[in-house]
Design a protein around this ligand. Structure first.
Ligand code: SF4
Ligand code: SF4
Length: 71
């Protein structure tokens, strides 16, 4: 109890279903490299990993998304 669950990754995660993104911003807050930012997808505010090449594969964004759409 109490320890944050971290998923170890092999490839930089991306938002798989941007049409479902609620724009909550948790992935933006979670990423220590500040790779996520808001943009508009089909006129809805959504998030996107703008520089996946700089990803350190820490997995925090995957864990942070309440909709499980970052994979
Ligand atoms: S895995 Fe870590 S460094 Fe990579 S995008 Fe997610 S939070 Fe940022
Ligand atoms: S955490 Fe998930 S729902 Fe929230 S802004 Fe990021 S991708 Fe969208």
């Amino acid at each position: 109890m109490g320890e944050e669950e971290i998923t170890l990754l092999h490839t930089p995660p991306l938002i798989t279903e941007p049409e479902r993104c609620s724009g909550c911003g948790r992935c933006i807050a979670a990423c220590p490299e500040k790779l996520y930012g808001f943009e508009y997808y089909q006129h809805r505010k959504t998030s996107r990993n703008k520089t996946p090449a700089k990803c350190t594969l820490c997995g925090r964004c995957v864990t942070a998304c309440p909709l499980d759409i970052i994979l």
